[in-house]
Design a binder for this molecule. Sequence first.
Ligand SMILES: [Zn+2]
Length: 134
Amino acid sequence: MTQSLRKTSLPDRRGSAYDPWDHADRLGIEVVTRPIRTAHGLWLPEYSTILIHSKLRPGAQRLILAHEIGHADLAHPDDRPKHERQADVYAARNLICPRELEAAYQWAPDEGALVRELGVTTRLFRAFVLAEAA
Ligand SMILES: [Zn+2]
């Protein structure tokens, strides 16, 4: 039996347990950290490689990598605004677990607290909410 090159594009775990480094590995994407001048992260389709800015804190690198994996898995050839929104939704769906969100909704007094609890940015949180409402 022939084995397909890409077994699945789905990550092992979502939410706070989501590991984008493992996810990238499973997709056959190389992740390289470098001091980049122009962006926090870059998807280089011709090299199947994602560059992540090495000066970012690990938590921020995780969010940027989750977004760049979206570009890679959705086979985006460029970063036009529509693709940016799609990559945000892709990242948010992996970074936010509906069960964790529901638990945080019980006590978080506002969006800022909710976002901090979930470990995402306001932009990613709003992308998630808009996509789930659609
Ligand atoms: Zn992007």
